[in-house]
Design a protein around this ligand. Structure first.
Ligand code: SUG
Length: 446
């Protein structure tokens, strides 16, 4: 076995972070629609979380926000004239389209791609399939820029394969790593890959909320990546119904530990049987299940207990759960979390982190990061300018404070100055993160 570490690639919050209620089935997004956001505060919260991970000794990377407002979307939809005129007429005639073009949703990097580490991939490279995110208009814009972004961070094609997103077709609706869990004895050892899907492409979906991931999408990802030891459990319909729009709202796994809610899987017994069979001879999976009686779905969604980062921390035997402060503030979720740490199970302690700005759009600590298991040689082949350090934190904090607003209402998204402000900020960011001068669409047409 080659030694490997798990790196976290966090999506930096963009200057248009806002509460517009764009995601049906994501209860926080719906509930907070119309609120005033604080893009500066949100971006700084994200930086503090990255700092905490780096301080724990884990490799941490920064992924750049995407260009927003996405004027190219509005142009494609028939709005014409100068960019200011395009934005103004879109807000006047089709505000839902204009709002979608402003979303800062690429911050939720767990949805950026599905990743297969080299230990599991048939050709020994690290494979990425950027998610097409086609269930929601505002997220369907992300795939091409995410592809570009991952190719900058993982440029060496002898070690990394960054595929194109799956065909943008409802049969292949794909939300990336938010629905993928990898269990293993050690990060560098062969793993078992759980590809958790919500609906079948040719099946009938009658849920109140969308099932965002198809089985066929994940089967295609598994084939492309040559991902070994794959199992395909179905998401619990009751979980989606209760507001768990991604599996990572009800489940997180690391090393041999799968930590999940009783509603997470449609057929929990089959899931366990299949995971045990796939892990046979490699490791003994540990299933840590929380029942509905211990944590009702409503508290689960309010606390985001399972949307935590479950970490192997150097020097610590047991896993560390990095949970949102909402877990600490929910008596039931807090009791579950602290009870786990006090017991003799795989989770040794819990830390709490404040990402409230993101949480109000349904994105907890686990949503904000893409996990990438890397050997030391692979780690050395990444773009060094995107590696998070105390110096980079200082540079980015200064950039955020100079460039971001601390108040943004949904109506402010129509302000034509926001386009110029955002572009100037992102143009500077490409220098900071070593992304070149052709990273964003606006840089390529300038
Ligand atoms: O896709 N929210 C995101 C949250 C993504 C959370 N990611 C994971 N669970 N991995 C979503 O629903 C809300 C944007 C708005 O409503 O303005 C939003 O897109």
């Amino acid at each position: 076995m080659t030694f490997a570490l798990e790196a976290n690639c966090d999506g930096l919050v963009g200057p248009t972070h806002s509460y517009v209620g764009l995601s049906p089935g994501n209860l926080a997004s719906t509930r907070n629609a119309g609120e005033v956001s604080n893009p500066r505060g949100a971006a700084l919260e994200g930086l503090s979380k990255m700092r905490r991970l780096a301080d724990l000794g884990l490799p941490q990377f920064v992924l750049a926000p995407h260009e927003r407002p996405a004027v190219n979307l509005l142009k494609a939809l028939g709005f014409s004239g100068s960019e200011d005129a395009i934005i103004a007429s879109a807000w006047k005639d089709a505000p839902a389209l204009a709002a979608a073009a402003c979303s800062a949703s690429p911050m939720w990097a767990a949805n950026a791609a599905t990743v297969t580490p080299s230990a599991d991939a048939a050709d020994g490279r690290v494979h990425f399939t950027p998610a097409n995110l086609l269930t929601n208009l505002h997220r369907s814009l992300e795939g091409p820029q995410t592809t570009r972004s991952l190719r900058r961070l993982f440029p060496d094609e002898t070690r990394f394969a960054v595929h194109d997103p799956l065909p943008a077709q409802p049969h292949f609706a794909d939300e990336g790593a938010a629905n993928h869990v990898r269990l293993c004895a050690e990060h560098g050892a062969p793993g078992v890959n759980l590809f958790v899907w919500g609906r079948e492409a040719w099946g009938h979906w009658d849920g109140r909320f969308p099932a965002r991931q198809t089985r066929e999408a994940f089967e295609a990802v598994q084939r492309r990546h040559g991902a070994a030891r794959a199992v395909f459990p179905q998401q619990g319909k009751a979980a989606i119904e209760g507001g768990a729009f991604h599996n990572d709202v009800v489940c997180v796994g690391t090393r041999e530990c799968l930590f999940f809610h009783e509603r997470a899987f449609e057929d929990r017994a089959a899931m366990e049987r299949e995971v045990r069979a796939a892990a046979n001879g490699l490791f003994e999976p540990v299933f840590v299940e929380v029942t509905e009686a211990e944590l009702p779905m409503a508290d689960l969604v309010a606390s985001y207990l399972f949307n935590s980062q479950l970490l192997v921390v150097p020097g610590e035997d047991r896993l560390v759960l990095l949970a949102p402060v909402e877990t600490r503030d929910n008596p039931r979720a807090y009791a579950v979390a602290e009870g786990l740490a006090a017991s003799n199970g795989p989770i040794g302690r819990v830390e709490y982190v404040d990402v409230r700005q993101s949480m109000r759009n349904g994105g907890g600590p686990a949503c904000l990061r893409l996990r990438v298991v890397l050997t030391e040689a692979e780690l050395a082949a990444t773009n060094p300018a995107q590696r998070f350090t105390a110096d980079l934190q200082e540079t980015l904090a200064d950039w955020i404070i100079r460039r971001y607003r601390d108040r943004l209402s949904p109506a402010d998204l129509a302000d034509p100055r926001l386009l110029t402000e955002s572009r100037e900020a992102l143009d500077e960011l490409t220098q900071i993160l070593g992304l070149g001068d052709d990273f964003y669409p606006f840089q390529r047409t300038a």
